[in-house]
Design a binder for this molecule. Structure first.
Ligand code: AMP
Length: 364
């Protein structure tokens, strides 16, 4: 069985690794010759708009999926007329534009921060009157890991934020003074079977996910499952969907959704009965879904910009190291460590040791 994947980064790589025991072979399309998934499957190296390569992907793969949101829509349309694409391109079209995404949340009764589309500097002033200050000005598309966004606290900020981001459609969002950030990773099969992983508590640094901790039994679980269930049903979704929320009091505000496997679900490789990667492959291929049961208290620390010594990571009890094989660059996700330990205090202890290795010892 061959699964085509648009993108050859670490998510594609972990999908391919999860597929190997099941006899699933992955074929990646990525413009980078050194795309890190290349060692785990076959790389078609070229532009996402290259119709010859898209046709090859469509001809050889049983199904095509994607590992990032910014796939050109024309390429997806081209593919979808030749081969099954999961999740459905309409889910991707909604997720890639923050305004459409938040409109969908609102239509489905899912709370989200106040938001207003902004195209001109005058729009920004009107939008600030709606959201209040502080607010966050973001590009509607192509933003990830905190890129393409600026906090606006005063008129000076509004000028500089607009000057920095203008030229593309923008969105202004109310700034949420959240108590914590959580995400819910879910998987849905074409036949309608839905499984949820436990709610995961996340910490970001400079807009990039730094740490995730699985929270089975979290009191916000039922609410998050209701919201994500609505999205899955509405989109007739197939595959893994992740939704990130801000929690303030007992309110969950949806920040964004990712129609793909998600960084906050990496702990499932060692921490859950079936990882998000395996379940995504099972779902897109129409295979029965695996249990999402948690095996033991679990968490993850990301290695961004620099990898710690493998020996130091592996000396932490319960730690499992994942190195993506990417060239080091500031702000780039190079690997992660999952921690799985018999008791929660052991996980917390391992997390603080891992954070110390990546100069984040002063957290919490
Ligand atoms: P995003 O790219 O939208 O996921 O934003 C990256 C991170 O920036 C989030 O995980 C939050 O930590 C922070 N952030 C984004 N939008 C807001 C907001 N409206 N209010 C408060 N913090 C935000």
């Amino acid at each position: 069985m061959i699964v085509g994947i648009l993108g050859g980064g670490q998510l594609a790589r972990m999908l391919a690794m999860a597929g190997q025991p099941l006899g699933i072979h992955c074929l990646f399309l990525d413009p980078a010759r050194d795309a890190c998934a290349r060692t785990t499957g076959e790389l078609l190296c070229g532009d996402y708009g290259d119709e010859r390569l898209l046709d090859e992907l469509a001809r050889r793969a049983a199904v095509v999926t994607y590992e990032f949101e910014n796939v050109p829509e024309a390429s997806l349309r081209h593919l979808a007329s030749r081969v099954t694409v999961h999740p459905h391109p309409k889910a991707l079209a909604l997720a890639r534009d923050r305004w459409h995404e938040k409109r969908l949340f609102t239509d489905l009764g899912i709370p989200t921060p106040a938001f207003v589309a902004v195209d001109t500097r005058a729009d920004l002033d009107q939008a600030l009157a709606v959201t209040g200050r502080p607010a966050v000005l973001k590009t509607r598309t192509m933003g990830y890991d905190g890129k393409g966004q600026r906090v606006v606290r005063n008129t000076g900020d509004a000028d500089t934020a607009f000057a920095a981001l203008c030229g593309v459609p923008l969105i202004l969002e109310g700034f949420v003074p959240f108590d914590r950030e959580v995400s819910l990773v879910a998987v849905r099969h074409a036949a309608g079977d839905v499984r949820f992983y436990p709610l995961t508590e996340n910490i970001h640094r400079n807009g990039v996910l730094a740490q995730s901790q699985a929270r089975p039994g979290d009191p916000m679980t039922a609410r998050a499952e209701t919201y994500v269930g609505r999205l899955l049903a509405h989109l007739d979704y197939v595959g893994v969907l992740a939704v990130e929320f801000f929690q303030k009091g007992d309110t969950l505000l949806a920040n964004e959704m990712a129609p793909r496997v998600h960084n906050s679900g990496h702990w499932t490789i060692e921490g859950a009965e079936t990882s998000q990667f395996e379940n995504h492959l099972r779902a897109v291929l129409g295979l029965p879904l695996g249990a999402t049961r948690v095996l033991a208290p679990s968490a993850m620390v990301n290695f961004v910009g620099r990898l710690p010594q493998a020996s130091a990571v592996l000396a932490v009890p319960g730690a499992h190291l994942h190195v993506y094989g990417k060239a080091a660059r500031a702000g780039r996700k190079l690997g992660h460590a999952t921690v799985r330990a018999p008791h929660e205090p052991d996980v917390l202890d391992a997390l603080s040791r891992l954070r110390a290795l990546v100069d984040l010892a002063d957290w919490n």
